[in-house]
Design a protein around this ligand. Structure first.
Ligand SMILES: NC(=O)c1ccc[n+]([C@@H]2O[C@H](COP(=O)([O-])OP(=O)(O)OC[C@H]3O[C@@H](n4cnc5c(N)ncnc54)[C@H](OP(=O)(O)O)[C@@H]3O)[C@@H](O)[C@H]2O)c1
Length: 241
């Protein structure tokens, strides 16, 4: 059942973004997914369009996003889920790695909003939903660069929320704790094994569908979501088990 609304989702090939795609497709949205590798999510749904975009290629990104936007200028929702985790003491990062993480987790998301916002403003409505993190709420050991990227995203979302309200556009940032996704595959920690140690990507997707379906006069400014128990598994690189 087509509902006649289009949502653009970054990070659509995996984890939270993929779950959001699936939930919105179930609701009848036309979904435009952005990621580098859709072999991970070979979705054949007739209302799904995949665009292969490397969000870390900042120089060519504005032109690439403009071409995507021309195919879906009527998009009513932009859900920014792309991002990655990299953790360690600051001196373990090269200068280039610091820039790359900020480029992807913050600057590319700002470019996405910059691309779609003018279309939404012309339409007088729209939703921007950013995937922040609990790392954007409080700095933590080994998280200096990741936390900085998520603090930046949170400040950006808060400012846009004020800036865009008069144009009928709602801005939300979701700050999850540990969500059970491939995010942890190359990290040396992850959520503990019990279901109470993690949030499921489908839980975040349910939250996104609620945010989008709430009446237009109400805004979820910021939503913190965390597992009931914060048990962290520090054992090994989980993808290598
Ligand atoms: N999992 C958690 O515990 C957790 C907690 C708090 C916040 N978050 C945030 O939630 C977001 C989604 O994470 P996730 O858990 O769903 O992780 P995930 O399963 O690893 O998914 C990450 C997504 O980002 C995309 N991506 C990564 N680099 C990209 C690039 N250069 N260009 C385009 N797309 C790129 C990936 O697609 P390709 O690899 O196909 O490009 C993938 O679709 C991230 O912003 C993360 O910081 C996650």
């Amino acid at each position: 059942m087509r509902m006649g609304k289009t949502a653009v989702i970054s990070g659509a090939s995996s984890g939270i973004g993929r779950a959001v795609c699936e939930a919105l497709l179930r609701q009848g949205y036309d979904v435009v997914g952005l990621a580098r590798d859709f072999a991970k999510f070979p979705c054949r749904h007739p209302q799904f369009t995949a665009h292969s975009v490397d969000l870390s290629a900042l120089v060519s990104l504005p032109a690439r996003l403009k071409r995507v936007a021309e195919t879906c200028a009527d998009a009513e929702a932009l859900i920014c889920c792309a991002g990655r985790g990299q953790f360690g003491h600051l001196e373990e990062f090269s200068y280039e790695q610091i820039r790359e993480l900020i480029d992807l987790n913050f600057t590319a998301q700002a470019y996405l909003a910059r691309t779609f916002l003018p279309h939404m403003k012309r339409a007088g409505r729209g939703d921007l939903v950013f995937m922040g993190s609990e790392a954007g709420l409080r700095g933590s050991r080994r998280g200096s660069v990741y936390c900085a990227s998520k603090f930046a995203l949170r400040g950006f979302a808060q400012a846009l929320r004020e800036e865009c309200a008069a144009s009928g556009i709602r801005v939300t940032i979701i700050n999850p704790g540990m969500v059970l996704t491939p995010f942890f595959d190359d990290l040396d920690f992850g959520p503990g094994p019990e279901p109470a140690n993690y949030v499921l990507p489908e839980d975040i997707a349910d939250l996104v569908t609620s945010i989008l379906s709430t009446r237009s006069g109400t805004v979820f400014d910021e939503v913190d979501v965390s597992p009931l128990k914060r048990v962290v598994d520090f054992r090994k690189k989980r993808g290598k088990e």
